[in-house]
Design a protein around this ligand. Structure first.
Ligand code: GLY
Length: 455
């Protein structure tokens, strides 16, 4: 498939140039950001998206098929001669979407079911890391609670108990007391608190440090790393309270130095990709690395088999060169090594505005007013929104994510927060401290306060 460089992606088929057809699977903030970027890379393309949210709707052709209905989606893609399918969430990949598409000769950016185990089985990922010599926390896997309890008591707290399977980002419990960890293990293994996902668990030593998210676009062999970002998983300011899918993110992160990125590529991405290929599960797609910078050096917290959410909402707005070219090169298995992504100067910060009750359940169908959101240096990505009978309304826990760009992180954070504050719906909640660790570093480097966050 020959993709022509240029603002309008076209494909040359039998001498005739036709606009590209792209299908995006998924409908959250991450998928809105993917759609936004691909629309900029290929303004002339036809872009389909599954059950698009209220913000995606004006940018795409809606497809009324669930992201997990692999059979119907592959039928749709074949019937419309879709040139490239980009998969947002992990669930369709874990169900084998990419395998089904490839079996029908359809190009898809995303790993096979076997390769998606790097996310869908924490036990598989940990064993892979141990066997390939990739730095990660010491761990054990268990299917019986008595064994788990004995190891937890031997190790002491703090300690982390994880459901091995997919648990919508909620399957990792950081336990500050031994009893809490024992209880978590029993809840997963005996009471099936996480259903199938918790029939096997990973118990691992707690890692102290600061976390980074690093995206690698890979064809299974070569890998292109994008800018490192930092997520804010806790609901409360100062990283307090329960875990969420992510309440905000920023990029770039100063502690992700060029030396660190080289180390990460050579000591983590390369051995993992080689190990996956050796296990007959070559990984093509987006390999997401959750990294902890511990006092003993960088260690892997987790891998995901897809773009991170909300990290995508800060990385893609900073990506100046074509995302589409990177995805196509990964799918083709050629040319990725020649592509060097270019990023714009400055920083991006995104602030999630969530429904009341999030990360628990809460009301839906509430009217949303975005009229007061400033536009300068801001883009609002929709997550849980839908077009209701009388206008835009809430349809999920994370409702929108407001990305602000600026020459400095201070400026970007101020724009993101001002935009998020201007999003109006009943019970809206947000964190006003996204980027706080980095902002504190900036403050320490400039104690005169000339870089203080404007209020
Ligand atoms: N932001 C964390 C994730 O996407 O898994």
């Amino acid at each position: 498939m020959a993709l022509r460089a240029g603002p309008i992606a076209t494909l040359r088929t039998k001498g005739v140039e036709v606009a590209m057809r792209i299908l995006i699977v998924g409908n959250g903030g991450r998928e809105h950001a993917l759609l936004w970027k691909l629309r900029r890379d290929a303004p002339g393309a036809t872009i389909y998206a599954t059950r698009p949210n209220g913000g995606m709707l004006p940018l795409c052709e809606p497809v009324e098929i669930a992201p997990t209905d692999v059979e119907a989606l592959s039928g749709f893609a074949a019937s419309r001669a879709v040139d490239l399918t980009v998969v947002g969430p992990e669930a369709p990949l874990a169900l084998g979407l990419a395998d089904r598409f490839r079996a029908k000769g359809l190009a898809v950016f995303g790993p096979s079911k076997a390769a998606a185990r790097i996310e869908s089985s924490k036990a598989f990922a940990k064993d892979l890391m141990r066997e390939e010599g990739v730095p990660t926390a010491e761990y054990r896997t268990f299917t019986d609670a008595a064994g788990a309890e004995a190891w937890i008591r031997e190790q002491g707290a703090p300690i982390v108990v994880k459901a091995s399977g997919l648990a919508a980002g909620k399957g990792a419990i950081v336990c500050t007391a031994v009893d809490e960890a024992v209880q978590a293990a029993h809840a997963m293994l005996d009471d099936f608190a996480y259903g199938e996902a918790g029939r096997e668990i990973v118990v691992e030593r707690f890692m102290e440090g600061e976390e980074l998210s690093i995206f690698g676009i890979t064809d299974g062999d070569d890998v292109v790393l994008l800018l490192a970002s930092q997520d804010h998983k806790r609901i409360g300011e100062g990283d307090t309270g329960p875990n969420t899918g992510g309440m905000g993110a920023f990029a770039p992160v100063s502690i992700a130095t060029p030396q660190l990125m080289t180390e990460v590529r050579e000591r983590i991405f390369r051995p993992v990709l080689r190990g996956m290929a050796r296990r007959d599960s070559p990984f093509q797609g987006l390999l997401y690395l959750g990294l902890m910078l511990t006092p003993e050096g960088p260690k892997v917290v987790e891998f995901n088999c897809r773009f991170g959410d909300p990290e995508t909402q800060v990385v893609l707005p900073l990506l100046q060169s074509s995302l589409l070219d990177l995805l196509m090169a990964a799918v083709d298995g050629r040319g990725l090594d020649r592509l060097r992504p270019r990023f714009r100067e400055g920083s991006a910060v995104t602030t999630v505005v969530a429904s009341a009750g999030y990360p628990g359940s809460g009301p839906r169908g509430l009217p949303i007013d975005l009229d007061g959101v400033p536009e300068d240096g801001v883009v609002v990505f929709h997550a849980g929104t839908r077009a209701g009978a009388t206008g835009l309304e809430t349809s999920g826990g994370r409702v929108v994510t407001c990305t602000g760009w600026g020459e400095t992180l201070v400026e970007a954070a101020a724009r993101s927060r001002a935009a998020a504050d201007a999003v109006k719906f009943e019970g809206a909640q947000l964190r006003r401290d996204i980027g706080w660790r980095e902002l504190a570093r900036i403050e320490r480097a400039d104690p005169t306060g000339s870089t203080s966050i404007p209020t």
